[in-house]
Every structure is written in structure tokens, then in C-alpha cells.
Design a protein around this ligand. Structure first.
Ligand code: RB5
Length: 147
């Protein structure tokens, strides 16, 4: 799958290992192609810029889904959900990741550097990438009502 990945400076927050490069490598190591939407270092930036960049790649058909990282996942999710057809989910557990796909057909995963360990991020990302959206009529109907 082609995944657009974006992060603000939280992805390069001390102490290392830095989350952003680690998670990009992790996704690629699992056979996906990553479209890197930045940022590229610890200099403070504005998270909506990176959320918007990821969403635009998805809406243009350049990426199938997106992963966004900030301090909590909240700011990037709020930004991403301003875009019609983007369904961004903040996930802090594997169960949330699976359900955000199964019930909500989330096309953007939002995670937080300051609230999750790297191991937790790995497990959440893997679950989210693997889980299909439900084909049940009730779930499809609810998702379609989001517009
Ligand atoms: C940046 O310091 C921080 O505010 C940002 O990464 C994010 O947590 C916002 O939601």
C-alpha cells in the first residue's frame, strides 16, 4: 500500500530514537511504500501544514492512506478532519486502531509521540494497516453519512 506519512517536530523530539524516521522505516519494512510529507528535523513547525500535505496526497489519489504523528495525535487529527472524505482517527491502542478501520473506515491514523511508546506505535500501525473496513451494510451506511 502507498502510505503518506507526515509529522511535526514531535517526530524528532529527544530523547532518540526519533519516532518519525523509525516509523517510516517500520512501515517500509512491512512492505509498504511511504510518501514522506515531512517534517525532516527538530525545528518547530505547525502541525496543520503536515496534516494538510498528507490529506492532499490521499485526495489526489497519490496515496491510499495516511499516518500522522504529533505530540498527542490530536492536532493533526483535528486538522485532517477539516478535509471532506478524510476520516482521521486518533488511536492510543490496538483495539482503537482495529475498530477505526473496521467500523469507521479511517483513512488516516493519528498517533502521539508524547503518549505512546515506539513499541505501542508499531503495534497500532501494524493493526491499522492490516485491518479491513467492514463490508456490513450498517457500517458502510454510517460512513457514507459522514460525507
Ligand atoms: C507541538 O509542541 C505540539 O503542540 C503538537 O505536536 C501536537 O501535540 C498538537 O496537537
Amino acid at each position: 500500500m502507498k502510505i503518506a506519512f507526515g509529522s511535526d517536530h514531535a517526530g524528532y523530539e529527544d530523547p532518540p530514537p526519533y519516532y518519525k524516521p523509525d516509523l517510516v522505516d517500520f512501515i517500509e519494512a512491512h512492505g509498504h511504500q511511504v510518501l514522506d510529507c515531512g517534517t525532516t528535523g527538530p525545528e518547530a513547525v505547525d502541525y496543520p501544514d503536515f496534516a494538510n500535505a498528507v490529506c492532499l496526497q490521499i485526495l489526489a489519489g497519490e496515496a491510499e492512506r495516511g499516518v500522522l504523528l504529533c505530540g498527542t495525535g490530536i492536532g493533526v487529527a483535528m486538522s485532517a478532519n477539516r478535509h471532506k472524505k478524510i476520516r482521521a482517527a486518533v488511536c492510543t491502542s490496538v483495539q482503537m486502531a482495529r475498530l477505526s478501520r473496521e467500523h469507521n473506515d479511517a483513512n488516516v491514523l493519528c498517533i502521539g509521540r508524547r503518549v505512546l511508546s515506539l513499541d505501542e506505535c508499531h503495534a497500532i500501525i501494524l493493526a491499522w494497516l492490516e485491518e479491513p473496513a467492514s463490508t456490513k451494510e450498517r457500517h458502510k451506511r454510517r460512513v457514507s453519512k459522514m460525507g
